[in-house]
Write a protein that binds this ligand. Structure first.
Ligand code: SF4
Ligand code: SF4
Length: 281
């Protein structure tokens, strides 16, 4: 089970953030004016398990008129600017908003889970990744092992916290609070195979409508974390949303390094044995 977040449908209302906080009793985080964006809740963290990013992106106003529009939003902005007879940007560039509700990816190969020394992080019967607060000792190993910077320790409490994909609600056959609250179905919950199929159809439809940079992020089980349990449809490259383009579970390198070290040790032992035997002859 997992999430498909279709960012092309997000209107930035932040109902998902509020529903998450309310259901999971997550304390108020660092809310305030940031002077960089209208987004006032910052980033994912120990007390922000869903975060709706507002990305302001400039697009050339004139360019969209000559060719098929790069985005429907860009085209709408261009037309509005033309009708109003004004330049929406001082340097003759338009602006579009990309809204994206980010969350823990519930990785198939989860670095946080792999490195946890106490077994506080476990994989549930739904395939999701959950932290048990009463077992977590606050060592913070998981924080550095997450390729997305999702999980974090909460100041004052010490332990690590992140989205549970509403584990308690799933056990009661309910959908996660954020998916239920989302008024536009930007957040969809269900069986991953079914969600992937739906997402592929949605990308195709967007491409046909001229949204040529629409793309899926994290739907491929062959990626560096074995596929996300919470994947996304983005309207631009992942970097634009502050997401790593090719995330890799860091413990993959650890496993490879141990294998290489083991092979080197065997080779060294064999070399020593051969030279000892050769010395006796
Ligand atoms: S996104 Fe980070 S915190 Fe979430 S499961 Fe993957 S490694 Fe763990
Ligand atoms: S509830 Fe839905 S539309 Fe509103 S911010 Fe969250 S994802 Fe976007």
């Amino acid at each position: 089970m997992g999430f498909f977040t279709d960012t092309s449908l997000c209107i930035g209302c932040k109902a998902c953030e509020v529903a998450c906080k309310e259901w999971n009793d997550v304390p108020v985080d660092d809310v305030g004016f940031r002077a960089t964006s209208y987004d006032h809740t910052g980033d994912l963290g120990a007390s922000t398990w869903r975060h709706v990013a507002f990305i302001e992106q400039t697009v050339p106003v004139g360019q969209a008129a000559d060719t098929a529009p790069d985005s429907l939003v860009a085209e709408a902005m261009r037309q509005q600017a033309e009708v109003a007879g004004v330049e929406p940007h001082a340097d003759a560039e338009g602006l579009r908003w990309l809204m994206s509700s980010d969350v823990c990816k519930h990785c198939t190969e989860a670095g946080c889970l792999d490195v946890c020394p106490t077994g506080a992080i476990f994989r549930t019967e739904f395939g999701t990744v959950v932290v048990q607060d009463d077992v977590c000792n606050g060592c913070g190993y998981c924080v550095v092992a997450c390729p997305f910077g999702v999980i974090d320790r909460r100041e004052g409490e010490g332990g690590a916290f992140k989205c549970t994909l509403c584990y308690d609600r799933l056990q009661d056959d309910m959908q996660p609070a954020c998916a239920q609250a989302c008024p536009t179905d930007s957040i969809q919950f269900g069986e991953l195979d079914e969600l992937r199929e739906r997402a592929a159809g949605r990308v195709e439809a967007l491409h046909e409508r001229g949204e040529r940079t629409a793309q899926l992020y994290g739907e491929d089980p062959g990626d560096g974390v074995g596929g996300f349990g919470a994947f996304f449809l983005l309207l631009d490259d992942p970097e634009v949303y502050g997401l790593p383009p090719d995330p890799v579970d860091p413990t993959r390198h650890v496993k490879a390094n141990w294998l290489a070290a083991g092979a080197a040790a065997v080779g060294l032992s064999a070399g020593v044995a051969i030279s000892i035997l050769a010395g006796r002859e």
